[in-house]
Each structure stands twice: as structure tokens, then as C-alpha cells.
Design a binder for this molecule. Sequence first.
Ligand code: FES
Length: 183
Amino acid sequence: MAHNLRLPVLTPDGRPADEQPKWRRDFPIGTSDDNYVARRDFTKFMVLISGSFVAGQAWIALKTLGWAGGGGRDAGPLAIARVDEIAVGQAAVFSYPREHDTCLLIRAGEREFLAYSNKCSHLSCAVIPDVQSGRLLCPCHHGSFDLASGRPLAGPPRRPLARIVLEVRDSTIYATGVEARTV
Ligand code: FES
């Protein structure tokens, strides 16, 4: 049966409270309060853990969208290849906007260049372009994306690949920004 009865604090040696050592006077928690303290601490602990979990999830979401930690969505133009270095149907790997952000540059046609982050939007495995089938394939869980748009076509991915904005100037292909999309 639930009750709010609090028993008086009993000192272990039976001496009055003002004769107890300082540490015990500072923390006058008796045996009868042990459960109460444990419940209160447990609640604090759960609130702390839940808060950390929520903060961690928010951080991951922001990182995924490139909005945290110097995501560099507008990292400025970067020359990635010359037009004649990539044949139609071929792809090249480059890094943008940061060194560890690997991307794919794909020449889908004579004048058609596409670029995406090569991180699968499911669990970040590296996707592989298959220009013949018009898809980017993820070997980890058989996900696939539309080559022309980067949108998911099959498997577990629900979000499109981040698209790298390209510009061609003087026969050189530049990456100029990252278009993080949620749909
Ligand atoms: S990581 Fe790409 S489908 Fe799971």
C-alpha cells in the first residue's frame, strides 16, 4: 500500500544528530530514506539519459542535413575535373565540401553531368553508379536511387542523396554547393 510516512533519521551509533561527524550532518539520509533517495536519483538519471538521447538524435539529424559542425553547404566553388577527363557513362570520385565528404561525378550524357554525395541516405554505405540502368546502387541493403534525380527507388532508403550543385566554366566542372533534400 502506498503511503507518505517518513520515519525519523536514526543514527547508526545512537548518538544525537549534533554529535555526528560533519559528513553525516551534511548528508542526513537515514536508512529509512534509502528507497526515496534511490527513486529520486533514478528519476534524475532517467531524465539526464533521455535528454542526452534527444540531444544526440537532434545532432545526428542536423549533421545529416549539413547544418551543424561547419557543414559547409556553401563551401564555395571547387574545380573537380575537366570535361574531357570523363567519358560519357563514366564516373569519378571527389571530395566536397570537406575532405571526408566523398561524392560522385557522373557523366550521364554528352552535356549532362550529375553529382551526388556517395553516402546512402539509409545508413551511409557508399553507393555505386550504374549508368546503364540509370541507377545508383547501395550494396549494403540493396537500396537504389534514380540516377537523374538521386531519389530513392527501392530498398530501405527513404530520403534522396544530397545533390552537389555543378557549374561548367571554360571546360572545367566546378562543385558550387550541396543541396541537402529531405524529399
Ligand atoms: S545503407 Fe544503403 S540501403 Fe542500407
